[in-house]
Write a protein that binds this ligand. Structure first.
Ligand SMILES: [Zn+2]
Length: 341
């Protein structure tokens, strides 16, 4: 084993600071000075790695971790646990990220922005967890639009599928965006990203808590296929952005693109060709769809017909949101197609 590396941004602790188990997400900054990686021992030494608050407004994972740690406050954890508390500053403001900050879940090893101090921090975390022979990795997120619970993976490996279906029968494979946590950890252990519905919902917190507790009790991840009847598997075929120069809203006020205000009802529903997404100026394509290689594939999925933005191919969207800030900071949605694992 090499010596641990360091990052100026990151604090590493081997204990729980006073107050962490009860503090509200927007007050975590009072307890943790900034991004923090906490290592806790357990009966089985190979740790489970969990990351929360990579996006400051996505609080379900943090709240679930608090409940998990409360449960084990006076007894030994079944397995070592290393927890990364990510964007504490954005959590203070209740935002995905602050203006001028990078997106924490786009700067892990594999990112195009490896020179950023945040990217160096993520590299240190991956190296440290490799050194500790990490057992599995779970990155917890929320959606801002209405979505079912689902798991994402970045590597087609039975153990990854097993870790995913423990959370949901809905499993999504993607290779873009680059620089996400689960793709970085996929090189050293089974890794998933979990989407736990909207933030602030009690059921999501309890569901995530139960999942994490189950992971702590796993002695190993089976390396055989998940039975076909236990999984609905989708591959992401495109990521959709509103083009930078295009103004948009959901309120039918003046803008280049006026999106339907019930768009997020289409998440995880197979949408027929011809479905309208909103109103756009004739002849101007307001959205940009890119495939796994980053190529522009907009024409394969969308057209503007008589001032309506319409879908031209049967797909299933995910992560559609009605939050205009999130659409600018992240994307409008992903498009998926059903596949076999
Ligand atoms: Zn997120």
């Amino acid at each position: 084993m090499g010596t641990p590396l360091n990052s100026a941004l990151l604090s590493q602790l081997d204990h729980l600071p006073e107050g962490l188990l009860t503090v509200a997400p927007n007050d975590v900054y009072r307890v943790l000075a900034g991004p923090t990686l906490i290592h806790l021992p357990g009966r089985d030494q190979r740790p489970l790695f969990v990351s929360v608050l990579q996006h400051g407004n996505e609080t379900t994972g943090f709240l679930a971790v608090q409940l998990l740690l409360q449960k084990y406050e006076r007894r030994q954890l079944p397995r070592g646990l290393s927890i990364f508390f990510g964007n504490i500053e954005a959590a203070r403001q209740g935002l995905r990220r602050l203006d001028g900050q990078c997106d924490y879940n786009r700067v892990w090893p594999g990112t195009a922005a490896a020179e950023l101090p945040e990217a160096q921090m993520m590299q240190v975390i991956v190296d440290e967890m490799a050194r500790r022979r990490v057992f599995a990795s779970v990155d917890l997120h929320n959606n801002t639009g209405t979505n079912p619970y689902y798991a994402c993976l970045n590597k087609l490996d039975h153990r990854f599928f097993q870790l995913a279906v423990l959370f949901s029968r809905l499993v999504v494979f993607f290779v873009r965006p680059k620089g996400v946590q689960s793709a970085a950890f996929a090189t050293i252990c089974p890794a998933v990203t979990l989407e736990c519905g909207k933030p602030g919902q009690r059921h999501g917190v309890e569901y995530a808590l139960e999942y994490l507790d189950s992971c702590l009790h796993l002695s190993e991840l089976p390396d055989h296929p998940v039975p076909a009847h236990d999984i609905d598997f989708f591959r992401t075929v495109a990521q959709v952005h509103v083009r930078d120069q295009v103004t948009f809203n959901f309120q039918s006020s003046a803008a280049d693109l006026i999106l339907n205000d019930d768009l997020d009802r289409m998440n995880f529903t197979e949408i027929p060709v011809g479905t309208e997404w909103g109103t756009a100026h004739n002849g101007v394509m307001p959205v940009l769809a890119t495939d796994a290689s980053g190529h522009d594939v907009t024409d394969a999925y969308f057209a503007v017909n008589e001032g309506k933005l319409i879908l031209t191919r049967k797909v299933m969207p995910s992560s559609l949101t009605l939050d205009e800030r999130i659409i600018r900071q992240d994307c409008l949605c992903y498009l998926m197609e059903r596949s076999s694992p």
